[in-house]
Design a protein around this ligand. Structure first.
Ligand code: PLP
Length: 534
């Protein structure tokens, strides 16, 4: 069996008996009940026909100066109802948070309240253009400023960069601010090392490397947290900073966070906190009180703006007093004459505050993801400070409920309670022939989107489950019952074939995910297709 670089098996062999059983029931069309097998639009379209026939123009001189198309355009020809059905059927193949639980750990797939959507569609927000004069967008600027205020309050930090457009982009913003601060001290050539725990999300080392730092990984101790002694041993005058996620990617609060902050500051480094898991502690803990210098907040996780399928996300980054001068521009101020954008270092200096006076520049063309700002603020205002705290408490309660129930048949990677997500390993599958990937695929046949698999890398065959606060006890019980029944089946050792063949009820069986990632075919080409068929 081949493995990808995360130790995840690819090319699983099918179980012949199950294949035989399924082929007896195969339909003539390939459709399954009212689930229609969907071809590529190019395969169903006819290049010689279109939905609309426009007669050739007669007697009208061309004004294209020889640039007219002299080839066929190559669009698939379909009637309007055929086109519509194709796209609607495709859209229905998407599993969505509005259809069922999405237990992906680290992703915080929570309910997106419809109220947020309604607010984002108000014409005054939805129809804005980023080049409008400031006098015509006072409300929008006020909204950005109000959201910035909430984020600073919740994190206890003095400055926030609103423009980063995803968590990873926020990391880049924070690390660029750290780099600018180091360069300003004349230490750019000597401070080159960034420490990051082994369990870090892949974007952390990638961001550090992108900023020209060398990444040095810190091992975890046997409670799943930063090994404090190993961390201290790595400190030195060449350390630019540390990147720590808190709660970490094992779903655990880093208890030594203050000691880590003090130690890294002592050697002249900075503390970047990956705030993707802020939803577990919002309203309970202020990162500013923990000695953090920079932290991104995923509005699309913590504050319920939709995500998945590629965005758009939003990753505002809060900055400490030490890093505020290097904050990116633009940012919003209100100096009594209404709201305006500060777009240069000189304009930042005029505000008489430290933010942006030595700005490292811009992260993006304009001011950030306006639609996400509206949704996030709507979520905050409808919950209030106490509601945000309760959302965090309920997320942690739900995760511990799932952890406690599933521990009856599954094995957790670490002892004790968890924060907002529960981490299981594959010890309970040992000797059964069933692996994490088979277990996850069998969940699809039970109608569940699998949890995050094989991440974090520090746990063998990891299964990371994050229910979020959105799920009711009834939903959680059904989910736990389904997983418990799968665990019992797997451990019985009698149904390994079923697990190896799963999913059998999905439109497609096992796909070569590694192949799709490594050798993506992003364009349909007629010739290639016929060659492949030969
Ligand atoms: C989601 C996530 C990120 C990256 O956020 P994006 O918005 O997807 O770029 C970084 N770190 C952790 C721990 C995450 O869960």
């Amino acid at each position: 069996m081949s493995m990808n670089n995360q130790g995840r098996p690819t090319n699983i062999s099918d179980a012949p008996q199950i294949d035989a059983a399924l082929s007896v029931n195969k339909s003539f069309t390939g459709n399954k009940a009212l689930q229609i097998e969907e071809s590529l639009i190019f395969e169903i379209g006819d290049f010689n026909g279109t939905g609309v026939d426009i007669p050739d123009l007669q007697g009208v001189p061309t004004r294209l100066g020889g640039l007219e198309r002299n080839d066929v355009i190559g669009l698939p020809g379909l009637a309007e109802p055929e086109t519509m059905r194709h796209f609607v059927r495709l859209s229905q193949k998407n599993y969505a948070i509005d259809m069922g639980p999405f237990p992906l750990g680290s992703c915080t797939m929570k309910h997106n309240p419809r109220l947020n959507e309604k607010m984002a569609r108000l014409p005054g927000f939805g129809d804005l253009h980023p080049l409008q004069p400031e006098t015509s967008v006072q409300g929008a600027l006020e909204l950005i400023d109000t959201l910035a205020h909430w984020l600073k309050e919740l994190t206890g930090m003095p400055a926030v960069a609103m423009s980063p457009k995803a968590g990873a982009h926020g990391e880049l913003c924070g690390m660029m601010a750290i780099k600018a601060a180091i360069d300003a001290k004349g230490e750019g050539e000597t401070r080159k090392r960034v420490l990051a725990p082994e369990s870090a999300h892949g974007t952390n080392p990638a961001t550090a490397a992108q900023c020209g730092f060398k990444v040095d990984s810190i091992p975890a101790d046997d409670t799943g947290r930063v090994d404090l002694e190993a961390f201290r041993a790595k400190l030195g005058p060449d350390v630019a900073g540390i990147m720590v996620t808190n709660p970490n990617t094992c779903g655990l609060f880093e208890r030594d966070i203050r000691a880590i902050a003090d130690a890294v500051h002592e050697v002249g480094g900075y503390f970047y906190c990956d705030g993707a898991n802020f939803n577990a502690i919002a309203g309970k803990v202020r990162p500013g009180d923990l000695g953090i210098d920079a932290m991104h907040i995923n509005l699309h996780k913590t504050f319920s703006t939709p995500h998945g399928g590629g965005g758009p996300g939003s990753g505002p980054t809060v900055l400490s007093e030490a890093l505020a001068p290097y904050a990116p521009i633009p940012f919003v101020v209100n100096d009594g004459n209404g709201f305006r954008l500060v777009e240069t270092r000189a304009a930042a200096a005029e505000t008489k505050k430290s933010e942006g006076v030595d700005s490292f520049g811009r992260m993006t063309a304009f001011h950030g993801q306006m639609g996400m700002f509206v949704r996030a603020l709507a979520y905050m205002l409808s919950h209030g400070a106490d509601g945000i705290r309760q959302a965090a408490e309920d997320a942690v309660l739900n995760a511990n409920y799932v952890q406690t129930r599933l521990r009856k048949e599954m094995t957790t990677a670490f002892d004790g309670y968890c924060m907002h997500e529960a981490l299981f390993d594959d010890v309970f599958l040992k000797g059964t022939g069933v692996e994490t990937i088979d277990f996850a695929k069998a969940m699809i046949d039970e109608g569940y989107h699998p949890m995050t698999m094989y991440f974090p890398l520090v746990v063998h065959g990891a299964m990371l489950i994050e229910p979020t606060e959105s799920e009711s006890k009834r939903e959680l019980d059904l989910f736990c019952d389904a997983l418990l029944s799968l665990a019992v089946k797997a451990k019985s050792g009698t149904q390994t074939q079923m697990f190896k063949a799963a999913p059998v009820h999905a439109p497609f069986r096992r796909l070569d995910e590694t192949g799709a990632a490594r050798k993506p075919v992003l364009r349909w080409q007629a010739e290639q297709d016929s060659k492949a068929a030969e």
